[in-house]
Design a protein around this ligand. Structure first.
Ligand code: ADP
Ligand code: MG
Length: 141
């Protein structure tokens, strides 16, 4: 097991840094470029969700990012301590968004599900949201 974790300010300007850092760390498993792009997209959606939905403007808060590598998989956790999600099942449906006025597509969770092998969301209203995603990366893929 090879592990990495950080706490970073919930700023959209940190999204590119988080996406690249997670992908650089996952490169230890020798994934294909396509697999790395898929991981980047999923991380970007999960991190952006924390920035956009979890915290109200001006609130200084952090997002936890954790990556664990095992021999055939990368597990990525993106966690906030924001407002939480009332109905996770509903939130994960394609095109569901609580922010249509901000031109959000409601496809974030759908993209995560498409590009990762498993996505588990746990959330408590008032306490925050934790997204655990796993990508299988077999040697010689
Ligand atoms: N970290 C989070 N904290 C609070 N609510 C969230 C979080 N992530 C997602 N949500 C809720 O789930 C909905 C669906 O998310 P998503 O599929 O990424 O679509 P979008 O971000 O385009 O609205 C969001 O509109 C929001 O209501
Ligand atoms: Mg989203």
């Amino acid at each position: 097991m090879n592990k990495f974790c950080m706490q970073i300010s919930a700023l959209s300007s940190n999204e590119a840094f988080v996406r690249s850092t997670v992908s650089a760390f996952c490169a230890h498993l020798n994934p294909t470029l396509e697999q790395l792009e898929e991981i980047k997209t999923a991380v970007s959606e999960a991190f952006t969700n924390c920035v956009v939905h979890a915290y109200s403007r001006g609130e200084e808060q952090t997002i936890g990012v954790e990556v664990s590598l095992e021999k055939d998989r990368a597990s990525i956790i993106i966690e906030d301590h924001g407002k939480g999600i009332e109905d996770v099942e509903k939130a994960m449906q394609p095109f569901f968004t609580t922010r249509p006025e901000q031109e959000r597509s409601g496809m974030g969770f759908t993209l995560m599900n498409t590009f990762m092998d498993s996505v588990t969301v746990t959330s408590q209203v008032g306490n925050g949201t934790k997204v655990v995603m796993t990508k299988i990366i077999k040697e010689g893929d």
